[in-house]
Design a protein around this ligand. Sequence first.
Ligand code: NPG
Length: 367
Amino acid sequence: MKLSGFELRRVQMPLVTPFRTSFGIQTHRDIPLIRAVGEDVEGWGECVALVDPVYSSEYADGVIDVMTKFFIPALAAGIPDAVSVSHTLSPFKGHRMAKAALEMAVLDAELRLAARSFARELGSIHDKVPCGVSVGIMDSIPQLLDFVARYIDEGYRRIKIKIEPGWDISPVAAIRERWPSIPLQVDANTAYTLADARHLAKLDDFDLLLIEQPLDEEDVLGHAELARQLHTPICLDESIVSAASAAAAIKLGATSVINIKPGRVGGYLEARRIHDVAQANGIPVWCGGMVESGLARAANIALASLPGFTLPGDVSASSRFYVQDITGPWVMEDGYLTVPTGPGLGVEPIPEILEDLTTWKRWVPLG
Ligand code: NPG
């Protein structure tokens, strides 16, 4: 594929309501976007890294730096197709979110040229996917119940709440008391240690779908030990960075469900490999979310329509996070989003909105 370069950009998108997790409060999303530009095609990539390295070691300024200094110069040797991107970048360690965004842009360009959708390319088998919603840590239980009630009214088919020490058993108990059978799960974002095992076992009373990433991302053996002490299934997120790490975690008994986030694992192609590894081992997967704009949301919806994605993901309508999405809004119908079928992502940024939200832009030529 003949590309002349990449346009890097930062967009600043205010959130409809602050989103609090154990790693901080977000009031807006500052997203690095990448446009791959060729003679008669372009493709869009979105990077999920946060501004601060608090979810993973990557952060937005670092993403722009590593792309500009190392990744794009390396790609100047030629980009035959999207599959070649991760291979060309493999001498560089880590930086999976940055690699994922570049691969996404190239894959979008390649698929637009071939008039093929992400869904078709990845192996989709559904034309719509059920939506789950992720609910941040709140100031009080009544406030939490108000938000959950609103999301259930809107049609969300699964609730996930963020937990941390001091905000875990009682919010779960309060939701279960009011909605005894709503599919419910919790996400700890590494906030506990194995010493909390007996406390976390209290969650076993609430028929949760899973507990997500209770321990440190490197503590895979700790998760295996915790799994022996809890009935609630353990689902790894931060610890799973590749198909190889997924295979190892499964083998060790550290995870019985996997959250697949394409950005965290280096791209949609590696995400599909993790799906395949999990499926071969009888492990259900679901698609995680990183408060994406409508661009990566489109690709996530496509990924979530693969056969192994048997649990609702953190795949929500644009309105869950944004008043104004940079693409047309993703609108939920009866708790589902429709899988896009147009070429590539099937959506594009709306030019005026994109320009309005852009805070920084740079053209990086290939060669
Ligand atoms: O629905 O997009 C969504 C958000 C889901 O809670 C969610 N994501 O830890 O999984 C997470 C969390 C997150 C958001 C992590 C933003 C990092 C950045």
